[in-house]
Design a protein around this ligand. Structure first.
Ligand SMILES: Nc1ncnc2c1ncn2[C@@H]1O[C@H](COP(=O)(O)OP(=O)(O)OP(=O)(O)O)[C@@H](O)[C@H]1O
Ligand SMILES: [Mg+2]
Length: 258
């Protein structure tokens, strides 16, 4: 059993259209990887499929984690196996107080019951660690939250649930520079606290967040539903500077893509 999230030949359709066309990707436990790629290349589709959104139909392939094909498990079961997904567009659930939501999520994922008072102490400690305003937890889940505040909520949720592997889909987009730092610091701190055991797949368009993330082990590029290139962290800056067209042409010339 390999200690990694291993995606093998994953093909996924949305509303009958094939979006992922054979994704192969390995992120070992203990490593932080970035996934970049042009708009519409299938990055969010991959993220949503990994965490079990019902709209995404798996046509072929598997995603192995802890010796199981997680694609056959319910989203709840995936979370209990230590996986976490931060959404590109976080949801609003009116009427649910953030603190209560996190309490329930914590108990469900960890399979324990703890009194709210005790949980709140954990929550406070996490908020201090992440530099998140404590007034947050009394508010409705994402109700009237600004874009940046929603992202901070997601980071808080991740810190509270202490996943072993986290997929973050553009958690940094639309954030001001402090927000980007909060997200990057959260990744760094959670990674450190895990003793370098956690795994991350960070989907982003911007190298600015990646510059704050230490260590960053690899950068992958997705194009037209496939991972077409995997390289060292320096690739992120190159892509942000030069875009994707040159890479597409280069890969075509090399016969790596059609
Ligand atoms: N319901 C749908 N029906 C048809 N096509 C869809 C549907 N949902 C998504 N797609 C298409 O799937 C492709 C991949 O979308 P996806 O959101 O995975 O891209 P992405 O790489 O995350 O892009 P971005 O960088 O803009 O976030 C896009 O071409 C999108 O239009
Ligand atoms: Mg996306």
């Amino acid at each position: 059993m390999s200690d990694a999230l291993e995606i093998r030949n994953l093909k996924v359709a949305v509303d009958g259209r094939e979006i992922l066309k054979g994704v192969n990707l390995i992120v070992p436990k203990g490593e932080i990887h970035a996934l970049m790629g042009p708009n519409g290349s299938g990055k969010s589709t991959l993220a949503q499929t990994l965490l079990g959104h019902p709209r995404y139909e798996v046509l072929e392939g598997e995603a192995l984690w802890k010796g199981q094909n997680i694609l056959e498990l319910s989203p709840d079961e995936r979370a209990k196996l230590g996986l976490f997904l931060a959404f590109q567009h976080p949801i609003e659930i009116p009427g649910v107080i953030l603190g209560n939501f996190l309490h329930i999520a914590y108990q469900t994922v960890k399979g324990v019951e703890i009194p709210i008072g005790q949980f709140n102490r954990i929550l406070m400690q996490k908020m201090r660690m992440l530099d998140i305003d404590p007034s947050f937890i009394g508010r409705g889940l994402n109700e009237g939250f600004s874009g940046g505040e929603r992202k901070r909520c997601e980071i808080l949720q991740m810190a509270v649930l202490e996943p072993e592997f986290s997929v973050m889909d553009e958690t940094d987009s639309g954030l001001d520079i402090d927000g980007v730092r909060i997200v990057a610091n959260a990744v760094n701190k959670l990674y450190e606290q895990s003793g370098g055991q956690m795994g991350f797949l960070i989907i982003t368009h911007y190298s600015r967040i990646l510059r704050y993330i230490q260590p960053l082990h690899k950068v992958h590029v997705m194009m037209d539903g496939q991972v077409v290139l995997s390289s060292g962290p320096e690739l992120a800056d190159e892509l942000e500077e030069k875009g994707y067209d040159w890479l597409e042409e280069k890969l075509k010339a090399e016969g790596a893509i059609a």
